[in-house]
Ligand binder design. Structure first.
Ligand SMILES: C[S@@+](CC[C@H](N)C(=O)[O-])C[C@H]1O[C@@H](n2cnc3c(N)ncnc32)[C@H](O)[C@@H]1O
Length: 320
């Protein structure tokens, strides 16, 4: 458990997890987690343990403003809590949505329409759907699972529909919790994107990996797959400009300022990967958080070195 905030400079502490690259990357043997097995996603066991170690009780909800392919969506699924995620890339928003909410029923539906695992046919299907992505239908859940399968096919991953179905047979979702969650496609530094996301529940924990230097490029997928995903997850504030390429500090400060209006209490844990900034830079990030947001960086936890570039850090913030 973390101590109360103390005055002065942020405290730097060692932290044991992840101690190896294996503990950092998605585990290809674990159900749901293996659906997107690429190095810009995270390890569910490590993330869940970190939340429990640093935040105490199991969270009442998991919130991830830069949710990518949804390591944290799978964490919420493990905890049986709602998941609230924001992601700029609609393809990844579909993956996060599927990880948080898909039920074995949706995999079975997809098994009966296997043609939807072709991006071209999926696009045709999505074009004909009457979608309200805030109230997802079975067709939408199924289409998001189809995106997971298409994406695996396009990126050469071994995940196939039968693997997904097997995972969901093993791990039926708690429909109650999932129905309270929500994934949105948009810019989390734009306050408008958060409107109507009921993240303000007591005991919610924000766990996020703001964009790292190596995830600056958009995910390369076929035009049909991207178009289908964009129909499933249109940008929440389409009139807002695309986020500019910002520094790590600008991203987290923009996100925290937007989040402040919606989440009244609770911990915010942010990963910081080597290459984003120097250790001195981390102190500066922590100071900027205190000066420019309603949050305060209580601690920077430095994990065991896991790459040539240096250790991964976790910045732990709370409201004043
Ligand atoms: C390091 S990845 C997150 C990985 C994630 N933890 C996972 O399990 O896949 C950061 C993500 O933030 C997204 N992103 C970048 N800027 C954003 C913004 N302003 N609003 C929302 N998402 C953003 C990127 O598209 C990328 O998927």
């Amino acid at each position: 458990m973390i101590p109360n905030a103390s005055d002065g400079l942020v405290a730097f502490h060692p932290y044991s997890r992840p101690g190896t690259l294996q503990e950092y990357l998605p585990d290809p043997t674990r159900p749901v987690e293996r659906w997107y097995n690429r190095p810009n996603s995270g390890n569910v066991t490590t993330a869940a343990e970190t939340i429990l170690n640093l935040c105490g009780d199991p969270p009442t909800a998991v919130v991830d403003p830069f949710c990518g392919a949804g390591c944290t969506a799978a964490v919420a699924r493990e905890f049986g809590t709602p998941f609230f995620g924001i992601e700029w890339d609609p393809v990844l928003a579909c993956v996060s949505h599927a990880k948080a909410t898909a039920h074995r029923h949706h995999a079975r539906l997809l098994r009966h329409t296997p043609e939807l695992t072709s991006p071209e046919r999926l696009l045709e299907f999505c074009t004909g759907l009457d979608l309200d992505h805030e109230r997802p239908t079975d067709e939408m859940h199924m289409a998001c699972l189809a995106v997971v399968v298409c994406l695996a096919g396009e990126t050469g991953a071994p995940t196939r529909l039968q693997d997904i179905e097997a995972d969901l047979e093993k791990r039926p979702i708690e429909p109650e919790s999932a129905s309270k969650g929500l994934v949105r496609c948009g810019d989390c530094t734009d306050p408008g994107t958060w409107t109507g996301i009921p993240v303000g529940m007591r005991g919610a924990v924000v766990f996020t990996s703001p964009p790292f230097y190596r995830t600056g490029l958009p995910l390369e997928v076929s035009a049909d797959l991207r178009a289908a995903a964009s129909l499933l997850f249109p940008r929440h504030t389409p009139q807002a400009p695309a986020p500019t390429k910002a520094s790590y500090a600008d991203n987290v400060i923009g996100m925290l300022r937007a989040l402040t209006r919606h989440l009244q209490s609770g911990w915010v844990l942010m990963e910081h990967e080597p290459g984003d900034a120097t250790p001195e830079g981390l102190q500066a990030v922590a100071e900027r958080i205190g000066e420019e947001t309603d949050y305060r960086a209580h601690r920077v936890l430095t994990t065991k070195t896991f790459s040539k570039a240096g250790p991964l850090s976790l910045i732990l913030c709370g409201r004043e």
